[in-house]
Design a protein around this ligand. Structure first.
Ligand SMILES: [Zn+2]
Length: 272
C-alpha cells in the first residue's frame, strides 16, 4: 500500500512531468474504480493539469477546464493502485481505472490489480464530500504538527500504538509498513497502549515519525523516478523481515499476522 513517502515522491514526479499538460481525452475503462459518471470523466477532456499534491494517503491531481470548472481527482490507491506514465500507444492493461491521454504523446493511467482503490472527482472546493476527508488529522510530516501539538492530539486517541499511527484521524499518511518502521525506530512495542507512554516515549515517537518518513522520502527520490508505478520496499529495515536479524541488536525479528503483518524486535521494543 502506498504511504506518505511513496505518494510524496510520486506527486513530485507528476508535478515535474504532467503539470500544464492538456488532457486530450479521458476515459474510465474499469469504471468501478471511479466515483464519477462516464460523462463526468469524459468532461476532463480539454482540461489543463495543475500541480499534483498529496494529503494523507490521497494523491490530488487538479484539472482546470477552459469552461471555468476546476476539479480535483483525489485518488486513494488502497492496497495495489498505481499511477503509470506511459506512451499513449501502449496497450491498455486490464483493471485500468482511468486513462488520460495527454498532449505530449503520454498517457497518465491508474491501474489497480486489486480493484480496491477509490478515485473521486470533485469540484476543487468540495474535497469535504470525500468520505473521511473532513475528519482527517494533520499529515504526519506537517511542520505544524510540533511535539506540543502531537502530545495534545495523542491524548485524545487511546488504544495500541500501531493502529493509532495508522488512524488517519490522528495523523494522516502512515500505513502498515511505516508504522512498523517508526515503532521500531522509537523502540516502542506495537501492542503497547498509548496510556502506558511516558512523556519521553511520546517525544521519541514524534521524533521517529519525522525522521523515518523524511529519510524514506530522501531515499525514494533516488529510487522511484522515472517509474512511478513501482513501489520500493527494499529500504524498509524491519517491515516484513520477520526471521531476519534486527538491524540494531541482531536478534531475530518477530512477525505476526498475514497480509497485514506486524514486524518488530522483542528486545528493542520491549512490551513495557
Ligand atoms: Zn532489536
Amino acid at each position: 500500500m502506498p504511504e506518505l513517502p511513496d505518494l510524496t515522491v510520486v506527486a513530485e514526479e507528476l508535478v515535474r512531468r504532467v503539470t500544464n499538460h492538456i488532457v486530450l481525452e479521458a476515459a474510465a475503462p474499469a469504471p468501478i474504480l471511479v466515483r464519477a459518471t462516464p460523462d463526468e470523466v469524459a468532461a476532463l477532456g480539454g482540461s489543463t493539469i495543475g500541480e499534483t499534491r498529496r494529503r494523507g494517503k490521497f494523491l490530488l491531481i487538479p484539472f482546470e477546464h477552459p469552461d471555468g470548472q476546476h476539479r480535483i481527482l483525489a485518488a486513494n490507491a488502497m492496497l495495489a493502485g498505481r499511477f503509470w506514465l506511459v506512451s499513449s500507444g501502449e496497450r491498455v492493461r486490464a483493471r485500468t481505472g482511468l486513462r488520460l491521454r495527454l498532449n505530449d504523446g503520454q498517457d497518465l493511467r491508474y491501474v489497480d490489480r486489486e480493484m480496491l482503490g477509490k478515485l473521486y472527482l470533485v469540484p476543487d472546493d468540495r474535497l469535504d464530500d470525500i468520505p473521511g476527508w473532513a475528519d482527517m488529522g494533520p499529515d504526519a510530516d506537517d511542520p505544524e504538527l510540533t511535539l506540543d501539538r502531537f502530545r495534545e492530539r495523542i491524548r485524545r486517541h487511546p488504544g495500541e500504538l500501531k493502529p493509532l499511527l495508522r488512524n488517519p484521524r490522528f495523523v494522516a499518511g502512515i500505513g502498515n509498513a511505516y508504522s512498523d518502521e517508526i515503532l521500531w525506530d522509537a523502540g516502542l512495542a506495537p501492542f503497547r497502549r498509548r496510556s502506558s507512554l511516558t512523556p519521553d516515549d511520546i517525544a521519541r515517537l514524534h521524533h521517529s515519525m519525522r525522521t523515518v518518513l523524511s529519510a524514506a522520502v530522501e531515499q525514494l527520490r533516488e529510487l522511484v523516478p522515472p517509474d512511478i508505478q513501482t513501489q520500493h520496499r527494499e529500504i524498509l529495515k524491519v517491515h516484513l523481515r520477520g526471521g531476519e536479524p534486527c538491524p540494531r541488536c541482531g536478534r531475530e525479528l518477530r512477525q505476526i499476522g498475514g497480509r497485514e503483518a506486524t514486524t518488530f524486535c522483542r528486545s528493542c521494543q520491549p512490551p513495557l
